[in-house]
Each structure stands twice: as structure tokens, then as C-alpha cells.
Design a protein around this ligand. Structure first.
Ligand code: SAH
Ligand code: SF4
Length: 429
């Protein structure tokens, strides 16, 4: 094939502009497709095109694409040989030119609270260089199982409280690498249709073997959040294509209402996310004044709070049943005063909103501290009294460094001392 079936975009939205130099890091490294590309992450149209390249007659392509889609996304096939409804000849022809590769699990960690974190190695065509790694986290709860996906290796943005923002290396993930994280999670959790595991009390329960168990007929991975490494709206096309595959009713079939994309506020792409993906939106607000937000989320200098909230007001499909989630990280003596709580309520008036207060997850070298619990409670009460449910998001997986903003791939390893410091912090919660 002459044309790569997948490419990462981003340079169009990422191109350095004179005004953006101080909010964004160096240009992205480019993805080099491997000689034998994976079929994972191709749209139906691209899959049909792939079938054409191996000589499937035009009249059969749609039907064959449908079959392969089913094997990939309903059955979780990892080898063409599993695709028993596809002729042997076609399977051989496909295997000669394509793979079903997904990111490779390099390490799996299971937290005491059941959270699982996978370190995933990305395969690309660059030779002689260390492969990139990203992390993906599964969070089981009583009524759902949420998979937190990464959209970039590192992040081009530099939010001052975020560990991922300190990572130097940046590359956009391809749609296949994003969808691949879902496939890997379903592989590791034995969560494919027809997987024979006993029904348990809840998705959060662990069997004797340590495997989480499903709730009635529900799948373990029932929800997706784009809240791992990276800014999803700076890798827009790949994230869009991957989420449309995840939501496809004849494949992975996770409803768009169960898919949430979190952005630090890439205003021009918020409307696009609504129009072209149609998923739920979360916005990392974290401050009510531009001056402070400029410091916490430097992208605010490019897209200040007023513009960001206008984009939110215009987000398609907003209603009281489909609210935007505003994330607010609780930083001691920085953004946690009760005056700010009141200002937050005022600021969001008229927007169908949920407010998620996130206790700050410390990391080695950070200058911030998490607000005191009492202060978080007082802050949350003001929000609650204003009519918002204000759940304080319980940190999950702290013992395995999987909590918000702590995802940072092993390409920049923590020293043993840093790990100990982190563990100590997790223990003293
Ligand atoms: N880049 C996107 C999505 C990934 S971050 C975004 O910024 O929205 C997911 C959430 O974790 C964001 O709300 C982010 O602000 C928050 N976060 C980052 N670092 C954190 C930390 N150390 N403690 C708590 N939350 C953090
Ligand atoms: Fe990037 Fe989000 Fe971290 Fe900011 S909070 S540096 S946008 S991952």
C-alpha cells in the first residue's frame, strides 16, 4: 500500500503561532506506520478499502468488512485464524498485509481498590529508537467500569499542577492506538462477548483469583473517559475517529452518553467535538479568574475563561439531562477559598453543569498541596446549596500512581526515592 491507512493529525491545530509559544511545547513527533499496519482503528470505509487492496471483489466488500468489524470489536479476535466465518483464503491474504495488533502490555498493576493500570508500548515504524509508552487505567465501581484512555504520549500543554504536563516527549496517538487501549482492557479483563466468567455481585467485586466480576449481564468496561495522558482536542481527528468506533452499535457499542471527553479548554475544537463526536464533555476549569487560570492552565492565555464558557453554552445537545462536567482541582490556599466557591457558582449560572471537585493528587517535585478535607467540604457545601450535586471525586489507584494527572509513561522513569515519597503520600490520605 502506498498510502498509510492511519495518520496522526495535529500539526494543523498544533502549529506554533507567535502567541502560542508560551503555552505549548515543541512540535509533535510524527507517527511512522509500521510496514504491516493493523486493521484496528480503521473506519468502516478504510476497512473496505483495505479489503480492496487484497483483491476482495467490490460486491463483497461491505459484507466482509461487516464480518471483520464483528470479529474485531464484538469478539475481540487477536488472530485472523479466529475469524471462522471468513474464508481461509481471505484470512491468509489479509494476514500477509495486515495485523490485528494493539498496544502491547508491558506492565499491569492492580491497586488495593481494584483500579488497574496498564503500561502500554506503542508499535510504530521507527527503527532503532525506544518505543513510546502510554498508560491506560480501569476503574471498577459498583454500577459501572470506567476506562480512562490516553490520547497523546505526554502532553503539549503545561498545566502547573499536572504531572503529565512535565513530560517532554510528545506524540499524538493514532485511532488504532486509542481504540487499541479498549481492546487491551477487554483482553485483560476477559470482557469480550461470550467470555465465560461467573456473574458477580458487582463490577467492583473481586473473585478469589483477583479478577473483577461483572454485574449481571453488564460488561466490565461500560464507560470511557478521555482523561489519561494528553489533551484530546489537540489530537482531534484521531480521538474523533476512535470514539466513533467505540460508540458503533455493531462493535464496541459504548453509548455516546457513556463517553466523556475532558479538555483543558481548546475552544475552537469544543464545537467540533459536539458536532462530530457527540460525546459528553468535561472541562478542566480549576479557577474562576483569568489571572489564576493563566498560571494553572496556561492555555487560558490563548482561550480565556469567557470564551471557554461561551463555547460550553453553545455545546450541542446540552440539557439538564446532558450536562457539562466542570472539573475543579482542589489546591490548598490557591483556588480553594469560599469566595471562589461562590464565584464558581455565579460563573456557571445558566449552563447545565455538574461540578467535580478533584482532590489534588500530589507528585514528587510539585509545589502544590491538596486542600484540607474540611475546606473541601465547606467548598462543596456552597456548591451543593446552589443546587449542584457536588461529588468530590474519590482518588482511585493512588498506590499505583494511576490517579488524575499522575499518568506519566515510564519513558521518564521515577527514581526509587520518588516512588517511595509517592507511596508515603498515598498512605497518609
Ligand atoms: N488534558 C485533559 C484530560 C486529561 S487530565 C484535561 O486537562 O482536561 C484529566 C483531569 O485531571 C483534568 O481535569 C486535569 O486537570 C486533572 N488533573 C491533572 N493533574 C492533576 C492532579 N495532580 N491532581 C488532580 N487532578 C489533576
Ligand atoms: Fe495536559 Fe490535561 Fe495535564 Fe494540562 S491537565 S498538562 S492539558 S494532561
Amino acid at each position: 500500500m502506498t498510502e498509510p491507512l492511519q495518520s496522526t493529525s495535529g500539526s494543523s491545530t498544533m502549529g506554533p503561532s507567535p502567541s502560542s509559544g508560551f503555552v505549548e511545547k515543541a512540535p509533535l513527533e510524527r507517527y511512522v506506520p509500521p510496514a504491516k499496519p493493523s486493521l484496528v482503528g480503521l473506519s468502516r470505509a478504510q476497512l473496505t478499502q483495505a479489503l480492496a487492496t487484497v483483491g476482495v471483489p467490490a460486491a463483497q466488500r461491505k459484507m466482509r468488512a461487516q464480518q471483520i468489524w464483528h470479529w474485531l470489536y464484538v469478539r475481540g479476535a487477536r488472530d485472523f485464524a479466529e475469524m471462522t466465518s471468513v474464508s481461509k483464503e481471505l484470512r491468509t491474504a489479509l494476514a500477509a498485509q495486515f495485523t490485528l495488533a494493539r498496544p502491547e502490555v508491558v506492565a499491569e498493576q492492580i491497586s488495593a481498590d481494584g483500579t488497574r493500570k496498564w503500561l502500554l508500548r506503542l508499535g510504530d515504524g521507527r527503527s532503532g529508537e525506544r518505543p513510546h509508552e502510554v498508560e491506560c487505567v480501569y476503574i471498577p465501581e459498583a454500577d459501572r467500569g470506567t476506562l480512562c484512555l490516553s490520547s497523546q504520549v505526554g502532553c503539549t500543554l503545561t498545566c502547573s499542577f499536572c504531572h503529565t504536563g512535565t513530560q517532554r516527549l510528545v506524540r499524538n496517538l493514532t485511532p488504532g492506538e486509542i481504540v487499541g487501549q479498549i481492546l487491551v482492557a477487554r483482553d485483560r479483563l476477559d470482557d469480550w462477548l461470550g467470555a465465560a466468567r461467573p456473574a458477580g455481585e458487582s463490577a467492583a467485586t473481586s473473585s478469589a483469583a483477583g479478577q473483577p466480576m461483572r454485574h449481571g449481564g453488564q460488561r466490565l468496561v461500560s464507560n470511557i473517559v478521555m482523561m489519561g495522558m494528553g489533551e484530546p482536542l489537540y489530537n482531534f481527528e484521531a480521538v474523533r475517529d476512535a470514539l466513533l468506533i467505540a460508540a458503533d452499535g455493531e462493535g464496541i457499542a459504548i453509548s455516546k452518553r457513556r463517553i466523556t471527553l475532558s479538555t483543558s479548554g481548546v475552544v475552537p475544537n469544543i464545537a467540533r467535538a459536539g458536532a462530530e463526536i457527540g460525546c459528553m464533555l468535561a472541562v478542566s476549569l480549576h479557577a474562576v479568574r483569568d489571572e489564576l487560570r493563566n498560571e494553572l492552565v496556561p492555555l487560558n492565555r490563548k482561550y480565556p475563561i469567557g470564551e471557554l464558557l461561551d463555547a460550553c453554552r453553545n455545546y450541542p445537545g446540552l440539557s439538564n439531562a446532558r450536562r457539562i462536567t466542570f472539573e475543579y482541582v482542589m489546591l490548598k490556599d490557591v483556588n480553594d477559598s469560599l469566595v471562589e466557591a461562590k464565584a464558581l457558582v455565579k460563573l456557571l449560572a445558566g449552563i447545565p453543569a455538574k461540578i467535580n471537585l478533584i482532590p489534588f493528587n500530589p507528585w514528587p517535585g510539585t509545589k502544590y498541596e491538596c486542600s484540607d478535607w474540611e475546606q473541601i467540604e465547606k467548598f462543596s457545601e456552597i456548591i451543593f446549596n446552589a443546587g449542584y450535586a457536588s461529588p468530590v471525586r474519590t482518588p482511585r489507584g493512588r498506590d499505583i500512581l494511576a490517579a488524575c494527572g499522575q499518568l506519566k509513561s515510564a519513558s521518564e522513569k521515577l527514581s526509587a526515592r520518588e516512588r517511595l515519597a509517592l507511596r508515603a503520600m498515598a498512605m497518609t490520605d
